[in-house]
Design a protein around this ligand. Structure first.
Ligand SMILES: [Zn+2]
Length: 205
């Protein structure tokens, strides 16, 4: 709040978030929808005009109940693990697109895409992948993914956010409203009245 209080209301704000933070934060917000207990990933696809054209997060396919399909990772019965069933964020973001296609778009994603998502990204015509974490870089699926992306000349790079936390505070909108109210012209009068009351009380005493 301090920065808002000190803001010069006659000039442009300087503490607005940049485009990369904005799109990455959108991917992270989408990830909050995920029911996966161990991995929540979001993806946000942006076109060349910096318009968001698709958002997705990892989850079960439509009609496949979150309650019935498994979320486990290490069950001995592979049919009881999530891997055969879950749609990754990148796939969902492409399939959720609100434009005719996502050619030449950029995809923002929390985690480096796996090989299956790399295929989707390439086939959809996405030209750039901006990711935050590459924690699975040693996994075969990530190594294969990079082979595919390199061959298809899809650019990828790791983003370092400008700010490590972006807080969404639903109360902020009211705080701003309060701030826009004109200053009370009666402040001095109120003090006067109080003074009078105090005096009356003194007289009574
Ligand atoms: Zn994937």
């Amino acid at each position: 709040m301090a920065s808002s209080e000190q803001r010069n209301k006659n000039c442009k704000r300087n503490d607005y978030i940049n485009w990369h933070d904005y799109f990455m934060a959108t991917a992270f917000l989408a990830a909050k929808r995920s029911k996966d207990p161990s991995s929540q990933v979001g993806a946000c696809i942006v076109n060349e005009d910096k318009k968001i054209v698709g958002i997705g997060y990892n989850g079960m396919p439509l009609g496949c109940s979150d309650e019935e399909f498994p979320w486990a990772k290490n069950s001995e019965d592979v049919l009881e693990n999530k891997y055969f069933y879950v749609c990754h964020a990148e796939l969902n973001a492409v399939l959720n697109k609100n434009s005719a296609d996502v050619k030449n778009c950029t995809i923002y994603v929390g985690l480096f895409p796996c090989n299956e998502c790399a295929k989707v990204i390439i086939q959809a015509g996405i030209k750039e992948v901006i990711y935050l974490s590459d924690k699975h870089s040693q996994k075969s699926s990530t190594i294969a993914s990079k082979k595919l992306l390199n061959a298809a000349k899809v650019k990828y790079w790791q983003y370092q956010p400008n700010q490590s936390k972006i807080v969404i505070d639903f109360d902020e909108i009211n705080w701003n409203d309060m701030n826009q109210l004109p200053q009370s012209p009666e402040k001095y009068d109120v003090t006067e009245k109080n003074d009078v009351l105090l005096s009356v009380e003194k007289l009574r005493l």
